[in-house]
Design a protein around this ligand. Structure first.
Ligand SMILES: Nc1ncnc2c1ncn2[C@@H]1O[C@H](COP(=O)(O)OP(=O)(O)O)[C@@H](O)[C@H]1O
Ligand SMILES: [Mg+2]
Length: 505
């Protein structure tokens, strides 16, 4: 790809990007959120046709008019969100784009044979007759890959494929990619997870803010250097924290159960405690009840059963979220756009919405506006949130800055218990580094933190104690010392550890 430029209104998503990948390699395309990776690959996949620049495949100049066109020339793409039909079988999903016919009908037996053959050729084990809705996310992804291969993909683009997988599933995927590479295919792997890049790629292209900032052979680099090329400066994601010295219980949740918004059981009989000076991490694959657990604990979802005490105060009755706040809880919600903030309100009002009851902000019965503005300005500065004016809409902020503002707001109340749910989701490495430091500082100052995260590296970096949630239940507990990626991964997949079955039950 030569000098590819893609504009959306005023945004230049790709600016004169040069990108080359070779047959028989896994090529890592890395960069922070918004760097332009997906856009570049959508050009290659024929989804964006309004680009400038030229494309050559095997030296032949090519310009696609649609994904169909790209597929016909051997390009395949597995997107971040799958496009399978859940009610259909694996075989039906794989052949859906170009089914084999017999007497005018789709030949199901032949479809199953095709999937069986593909599955053997590429070592992608799957039951062609299984219904997609019954498969784990890892297997659904396998169906997506088979689908691309069936349509003749020689160049296979994978867009952030590991975000939804357990560590074991990630290793299996890496195996698959190595297999495909051995068959001579070209694999382009988009990811921001540096360990993966180092493990599986041959070469790396780094993008930052729409331009390519580096092209390197993987063997000549390391995670630190890659991070630096992505961010443009040195980043420190290892955290230094004080020795673990837990104090009194600050959160005591006993046998709590609740339903999700659809009314289906989401959290089942969960008991957990958080102590002062402790970060308790909740690990799990996305969609196992972790969001609902955070909402239940912070009073946003009603309990079906169980009891919650924050700092000794029982939270029950009316106005639960307010009671939680007054008992000393802060909550960084995982949905910062819809719940953590109000998009059509200003930065100032979003900040004040949670803190306006503080006595120091009052002038008699009313809000002291001058003082309030001053507090917001100070917090914005202290948390290095990049903003225009505090009167601007909060929706004008980038993901990372919005998250920093929300954390600044929650921290202003000096919560004795901080619930941080997916605190770095969609946030760039620079802001992630900052958020990690804030969480650790808060713990070191003797406060409790309940960290809920789908990023295992984050759980391992920050937690003193790790609980794993699976289908709404806590199925294992590990101290930081005993926790390994492998053990947590087993639990995330619902496999209880042997010692846990016998010992702790
Ligand atoms: N369809 C679109 N319309 C408008 N802006 C877009 C669109 N797709 C991407 N962008 C913008 O282009 C930039 C690059 O986005 P993207 O390619 O998705 O980055 P990445 O995949 O590296 O996270 C971002 O600023 C994003 O907001
Ligand atoms: Mg992307």
């Amino acid at each position: 790809m030569r000098k590819i430029t893609v504009r959306f209104d005023k945004v230049i998503a790709n600016q004169e990007v040069d990108f080359q990948a070779r047959w028989g390699e896994v090529h890592g395309l890395v960069g922070e959120n918004g760097a332009g990776k997906t856009t570049l690959m959508r050009v290659l996949y024929g989804m964006y046709t309004h680009h400038e620049g030229e494309m050559y495949i095997d030296g032949v100049k090519t310009r696609f008019t649609s994904p169909k066109d790209a597929i016909a020339k051997g390009i395949g793409m597995v997107h971040q969100h799958f496009s399978l039909v859940p009610s259909m079988t694996v075989a039906e999903n794989v052949v859906i784009g170009k089914p084999p016919y017999k007497k005018g009908l789709i030949d199901l037996a032949r479809s199953q044979e095709i999937v069986q053959e593909l599955s053997e050729t590429y070592g992608l084990k799957i039951n062609p007759r299984a219904r997609v809705s019954d498969l784990t996310v890892g297997l659904q992804q396998r169906v997506e890959i088979l689908k691309a291969l069936y349509l003749g993909a020689e160049i296979l683009i994978m867009d952030e494929p590991t975000a939804v997988l357990t560590p074991q599933e990630i290793l299996q995927l890496m195996d698959t990619l190595m297999n495909l590479k051995k068959k001579g295919k070209c694999i382009i792997l988009i990811t921001h997870k540096l360990a993966e890049v180092k493990l599986v790629t041959d070469r790396i292209t780094v993008m930052r803010a729409g331009v390519v900032t580096a092209k390197v052979d993987t063997k000549d680099t390391d995670e630190k250097k890659i991070a630096m090329m992505m961010v443009g400066r040195e980043v420190i994601l290892e955290v230094n924290k004080d020795e673990f010295n837990p104090g009194d219980v600050i959160l005591d949740a006993e046998n709590i159960s609740c339903c999700d918004k659809m009314g289906l059981p989401a959290v089942k009989n969960v008991s957990l405690k958080v102590h002062r000076g402790e970060v308790v991490g909740i690990a799990g694959v996305q969609g196992n009840g972790q969001s609902e657990l955070a909402d239940a604990i912070s009073g946003l979802l009603p309990l079906m059963s169980g009891e919650i005490r924050v700092n000794g105060t029982r939270i029950a009755g009316k106005n639960l979220p307010l009671q939680c706040r007054e008992a000393g809880m802060g909550h960084v919600h995982d949905d910062r756009i819809h719940v953590g903030s109000a998009g059509d309100m200003s930065i100032r009002d979003n900040f004040l919405a949670a803190v306006y009851r503080r006595p120091e902000l009052k002038k008699g019965l009313f809000l002291d506006y001058r003082k309030a503005d001053q507090v917001v300005e100070e917090s914005v500065e202290k948390f290095s949130v990049k903003i225009g004016k505090i009167a601007d809409d909060i929706s004008s902020l980038s993901g990372g800055n919005m998250q920093k503002l929300i954390i600044a707001r929650e921290m202003y109340l000096k919560p004795r218990l901080l619930i941080a749910s997916q605190p770095t989701r969609g946030v760039d490495i620079g802001a992630t580094e900052f958020i990690y430091q804030q969480i650790v500082k808060h713990r070191d100052a003797g406060n409790g933190v309940l960290l809920i995260s789908n990023e295992l590296s984050e759980i391992l970096a920050l937690s003193d104690r790790i609980l794993v949630i699976y289908k709404g239940e806590l199925i294992g507990e590990l101290s930081r010392g005993e926790a390994t990626e492998e053990k947590i991964g087993m639990l995330m997949a619902g496999i209880r550890l042997a010692e846990d079955k016998e010992g702790r039950q």
